[in-house]
Ligand binder design. Structure first.
Ligand SMILES: [Zn+2]
Length: 166
């Protein structure tokens, strides 16, 4: 998932905003091929594709074995981008940068390590934990921290509970 900051990045007037990075030439490395197959088998990529098509996104083959789906319009989740399996869904105004793609690609790997759908439950628990500690969904969310807070457009908030002794 990506924070609001990625949505608020300025949109360039020359139409470069939202331009989809092309698929890199050459074969996909073996780990990324395995991730692609595993997230198809564990049904998270099919779920992402259904969500993308149902919500009116266009669907494109992207780098890193990802599927890029710009044009997400539904209110939830409210960030600039989010990933389901190997499918990365973007809001129309989100500028797709290599940093953001790397962040979302790490989420695709997290889906694979969590055997697919359990990721959604674990991610929700991580959001709850982060909210409890910082009042923010990402700052102490292990999945967002490991995917890279800055790359995801998040600003780290200080821990407010439990207070650390000084
Ligand atoms: Zn994220």
């Amino acid at each position: 998932m990506a924070g609001h900051a990625s949505r608020r990045r300025p949109v360039r007037a020359d139409g470069q905003a939202g331009r989809l990075p092309g698929r890199r030439p050459g074969r996909l490395p073996v780990p990324l091929t395995l991730r692609q197959w595993w997230n198809a088998i564990n049904l998270t990529t099919p779920l992402g594709l259904v969500l993308a098509l149902a919500s009116g996104c266009s669907v494109h083959r992207g780098p890193l074995g990802l599927v890029l789906a710009p044009g997400y319009r539904w209110p939830f989740p409210d960030g600039g981008a989010f990933t389901v399996g190997n499918v990365v869904l973007f809001r129309a105004r989100t500028v797709i940068t290599p940093h953001l793609l790397a962040h979302e690609s790490r989420h695709a790997t997290q889906y694979a390590w969590c055997a697919g759908l359990p990721f959604l439950v674990l991610y929700a628990a991580a959001v709850g934990w982060s909210l409890l500690r910082t009042g923010d969904t990402a700052s102490r969310n292990v999945f967002e921290r490991r995917a890279g807070l800055v790359a995801g457009g998040y600003r780290e908030r200080p821990v407010r509970w439990p207070r650390r002794r000084t």
